[in-house]
Design a protein around this ligand. Structure first.
Ligand SMILES: Nc1ncnc2c1ncn2[C@@H]1O[C@H](COP(=O)(O)OP(=O)(O)O)[C@@H](O)[C@H]1O
Ligand SMILES: O=C(OP(=O)(O)O)[C@H](O)COP(=O)(O)O
Length: 394
């Protein structure tokens, strides 16, 4: 059922607890990628304009319930202040008397960023006492942390039981775009699944086989499928215990009339290394002591062809070891084919595929790049995200 959004409630003069996902990459105390902070701006700016008192909460990293100095949210707050062009106060705690005192001083339109909610053991345990302590700070809960929506934690799920709870604009957009594609796709609908392991993508493949017209696989996980077809894969990634499952997936695709595509050639390497000796081979001819680290040029062409004929494309997981330039070509080619498909809806699940699209400077060519890796994966598996389920229905 559709969830209420921040537009469905009155926020003027209210104290609003906004859960954002400012779990951003950091280096030497600085934010190195502010994508997630920028993605939260529409909700924050709206609340400021509407005259709310904006209380922001996030986690950063996995501090395991204690204070870790490098995981304070100070740098994220500074970056947010720059982006908003106004001061952002930063609290040293995430609840309690000192925070209440800070909030009491707030005027309409002020912004306060709480300290890392994972500095408290109750956060990841979804402790009701902590959830109540968060709820005591505010009149309304807004969840805009799509990237953390698969976590049932005190600041994502628990708090929603003690306050009116609605989604923010980022959360709403992520659910609309991903949900729209999965439930009511423009067809042909194509999913491209890559990455390292079959194990991590079982749920996604299972769910997508019910929905797509074309399923394309690449990356390390593809070679278990190649092996399942009876070909030798040399030293390529193999999950022996998933060969049967791979066979079942291929049979299911056939039975459902889903076109199933896997690599027809590969770039193989002598070793797993940045500058390893490499060559292109037919998929049936991977030499015994070599390993496939990328899809080959014929596969790139095949996949581009499928993408060109698609009206909706969802992509999760790289096609090869894209961290090594030598084996990034297949991932780049897939990113480019999506970028060229200007009439199609193109959606990038977060994680490595999002990183790859950024790396190749193709981000603005995509319809949507999810800010959640794990969250978009679970959503694509058809799972209910606890941070969403807890929000008020429309
Ligand atoms: N052919 C391959 N052999 C080994 N590793 C691969 C191969 N193709 C991709 N990978 C690796 O898979 C990793 C990404 O996998 P995964 O975490 O499952 O993807 P995502 O984060 O997109 O869900 C990358 O680090 C990449 O180097
Ligand atoms: O960065 C996140 O996950 P993601 O890398 O899967 O997108 C989220 O902030 C969730 O963090 P968590 O996996 O520590 O709960």
């Amino acid at each position: 059922m559709a969830k209420k959004s921040v537009k469905d409630v009155d926020v003027k003069g209210k104290r609003v607890f906004v859960r954002v996902d400012f779990n951003v990459p950091m280096k030497d105390g600085q934010v190195t990628d502010d994508t997630r902070i920028r993605a939260a701006l529409p909700t924050i700016q709206y609340l400021i304009e509407q005259g709310a008192k904006v209380i922001l909460a996030s986690h950063l990293g996995r501090p395991k319930g204690q204070v870790v100095e490098e995981m304070r949210l100070t740098a994220a707050g500074n970056r947010l202040s720059e982006l908003l062009g106004k001061p952002v106060r930063k609290a040293d705690e995430a609840y309690g008397e000192s925070v209440k005192a800070e909030i009491a001083k707030m005027e309409s339109g002020d912004v306060l960023l709480l300290e890392n909610v994972r500095f408290y053991p109750g956060e990841t345990k979804n402790d009701p006492e902590l959830a109540k302590a968060f709820a005591e700070l505010a009149d309304l809960f807004v969840n805009d942390a799509f990237g953390s929506a698969h976590r049932a934690h005190a600041s994502t799920e628990g708090i929603a039981h003690y306050l009116p709870a609605v989604s923010g604009f980022l959360m709403e957009k992520e659910l609309n775009v991903l949900g729209g594609a999965l439930e009511n796709p423009k067809r042909p609908f194509t999913a491209i699944i890559g990455g390292a392991k079959v194990k991590d993508k079982i749920g996604v493949i299972e769910n997508l086989l019910e929905k797509v017209d074309n399923l394309i696989i690449g990356g390390g996980l593809a070679y278990t499928f190649v092996k399942a077809q009876g070909y030798e894969i040399g030293q390529s990634l193999l999950e022996e215990d998933k060969i049967e499952l791979a066979k079942q997936f291929m049979e299911k695709a056939k039975a459902k009339g889903v076109n199933f595509y896997m690599p027809i050639d590969a770039v193989v390497a002598k070793e797993f290394a940045e500058n390893a000796e490499s060559k292109v081979v037919d998929i049936k001819e991977i030499p015994a002591d070599w390993q496939a680290l990328d899809i080959g040029p014929k596969t790139e062409e095949l996949y581009r062809d499928v993408v060109q004929k698609s009206a909706t494309v969802i992509w999760n997981g790289p096609m090869g070891v894209f961290e090594f330039d030598k084996f990034a070509h297949g991932t780049k080619a897939v990113a480019e084919s999506l970028a060229e498909a200007t009439d199609a809806i193109t959606i990038i699940g977060g994680g490595d595929s999002a990183a790859a699209v950024e790396k190749f400077h193709l981000a603005e060519k995509m319809t949507h790049i999810s800010t959640g890796g794990g969250a978009s994966l679970e959503f694509m598996e058809g799972k209910v995200l606890p941070g969403v389920a807890a929000l008020n229905d429309k």
